[in-house]
Design a binder for this molecule. Structure first.
Ligand SMILES: CCCCCCCCCCCC(=O)SCCNC(=O)CCNC(=O)[C@H](O)C(C)(C)COP(=O)(O)OP(=O)(O)OC[C@H]1O[C@@H](n2cnc3c(N)ncnc32)[C@H](O)[C@@H]1OP(=O)(O)O
Length: 194
């Protein structure tokens, strides 16, 4: 374990943190949000995706999201796998930040599992950005059984860190980046600049 970094334990925003402001180009209240990327496991329209759909909340900053729990999402018999709920939170919280900021990636995600979620349930999630401090985006969310503001199935908090496009160019699999239009030269230049 000698080279493993110590795990940072706090993702509590400072009390004097900046209040989130909606990005001027973000979709308006009630409008659907865009998928992170068409291949996204949370919200893309691809095999294996949770096919989460999200809409902007009335305040223009929060989002609410729908996740239909299917048999393919099971962990225990007839019940949602906990990792799938974490995926749903990662996606929903990662959509909430798109109302405020451009690209960011999850640095830490904490989830509390409050109620079992049967297959066949529609989960509704409310997510928001609580604060932004420099590159750090502090988010939180709640998952409800069956309806928005129904029985609470789980809660989560996540810290996202803003990154530039070079993060994806440096770390992503080249063929996926090329499929999005990045040239081999651009990808190699981003990797050489490390
Ligand atoms: C094409 C477009 C598509 C856009 C697509 C958008 C995709 C969103 C999809 C949904 C979300 C995902 O699945 S994202 C995929 C899952 N996540 C990842 O793969 C990220 C892997 N991790 C990383 O790449 C890296 O660790 C980063 C980028 C997160 C951080 O690295 P870094 O940039 O070098 O920053 P670093 O110096 O380490 O930390 C900066 C500050 O944050 C704090 N910090 C860092 N990590 C943590 C942590 N876990 N918990 C607490 N605090 C932390 C540090 O203490 C420091 O605080 P201080 O000292 O400054 O106070």
């Amino acid at each position: 374990m000698g080279n493993v970094p110590r795990v940072p334990i706090s993702i509590e925003p400072p009390a004097d943190a900046e209040a989130p402001q909606r990005h001027p180009k973000a979709p308006a209240p009630g409008e659907p949000t865009a998928a992170h990327y068409e291949g996204c496991r949370g919200c893309g329209d691809v095999p294996g995706s949770l096919r989460i759909r999200s809409w902007v909340g009335d305040d223009g900053v929060s989002v609410h999201s729908r996740f239909d729990v299917l048999a393919e999402h099971q962990g225990a018999p007839g019940l949602l796998h906990g990792g799938m709920l974490m995926t749903a939170f990662d996606d929903a919280l990662g959509t909430a930040y798109t109302q405020i900021a451009r690209s960011a990636v999850t640095a830490r995600l904490e989830t509390d599992f409050r109620r079992p979620v049967p297959v066949g349930t529609t989960l509704w999630l409310r997510s928001r950005v609580d604060a932004i401090v420099d590159r750090k985006i502090f988010t939180s969310g709640v998952a409800f059984l069956g309806e928005l503001d129904g029985e609470v199935a789980g809660t989560a908090r996540a810290l996202f860190l803003k990154v530039g496009v070079e993060h994806f160019l440096r770390h992503g699999r080249p063929e996926d980046l090329e499929a999005l239009g990045a040239s081999r030269e651009v990808i190699e230049a981003a990797r050489a600049a490390r």
